[in-house]
Design a binder for this molecule. Structure first.
Ligand code: F6R
Length: 249
């Protein structure tokens, strides 16, 4: 797996935005849709800022862009402030003027329990029907989750309902004004869904990601560190700032 370290997190984010923009444009030049897998959280916000800037400057069209988000909290409505629907609207989609909004896909956290299984299957089907994911953007959880695939998730998992770990809920507590308000469950693409993407970019910033970044990249491939499965992907790159790289040997 390729690992790139940048001293400047903004430069790293700019490089990621450039690759995404390049992928969108090369598909557009061939008259093809570009299918992006998107992440939320603090890590990718500067990437979305750069993409929005390129779009506002007239340098990047989203006409041919189809998106699939990794995950959504279960039990939240899409208008809830902490929902990933809201996050994506605020950080990206509300600023894009030429996107076909029917091309946006985010797991629906407000469906009933009885609908979950079918919804997850349909999400997988929609990804396939779109031609598969060309480029998947990922952040890294402190215990190694990608999407919301927590420790112990199988390599074969597809889009599914999960219980969130204590650490994940603690890390989200401030967004929800207290751990007790953080949803216990979420819908997420599975490990296998993520590994099916043709290109994968995993980003991590800061010293609190250093230990897990090292274990993900250099440790054994194991469901104890879900991100370690990316070592088996033929075209994945891990992008770290200096602090997040400090655990590498
Ligand atoms: C978000 C997601 C999560 C985050 C991870 C890191 O859609 O799938 O895996 O990428 O929890 O979160 P941040 O970037 O907030 O440190």
């Amino acid at each position: 797996i390729e690992v790139n370290v940048y001293s400047d997190a903004d430069e790293l984010s700019y490089k990621v935005a450039l690759e995404i923009a390049g992928t969108i444009r090369s598909h557009a030049s061939k008259g093809q849709n570009c299918v992006l897998g998107l992440a939320t959280g603090s890590t990718p916000t500067p990437v979305y800022r750069e993409l929005v800037k390129m779009h506002k400057d007239g340098k990047l069209s989203f006409k041919n862009v189809v998106t699939f988000n990794l995950d959504e909290y279960y039990g939240l409505h899409q208008d809830d402030l902490q929902s990933y629907h809201k996050y994506m609207a605020v950080h990206l989609f509300d600023h894009i003027t030429d996107m076909d909004y029917s091309n946006i896909h985010i797991p629906n956290g407000s469906i009933s329990e009885g609908e979950v299984q079918r919804h997850c299957k349909e999400y997988e089907y929609a990804i396939k029907a779109a031609g598969g994911i060309d480029l998947q953007l990922l952040g890294l959880g402190r215990m190694g989750h990608i999407g919301f695939n927590e420790q112990g998730t199988s390599r074969d998992s597809r889009t599914h309902m999960v219980y969130l770990d204590r650490v994940t809920r603690l890390d989200a507590a401030s967004d929800f004004f207290g751990e007790q308000h953080v949803p216990r469950r979420a819908l997420t693409m599975g490990i296998s869904t993520i590994l099916s993407a043709r290109r994968v970019l995993l980003m991590a910033f800061g010293e609190n990601k250093a230990d897990i970044a090292a274990r993900s990249v250099e440790g054994p491939v194991s469901s104890q560190v879900p991100a370690s499965f990316l070592q088996e992907h033929p075209n994945a790159t891990v992008l770290l700032d200096t602090a997040a790289s400090s655990g590498l040997t």
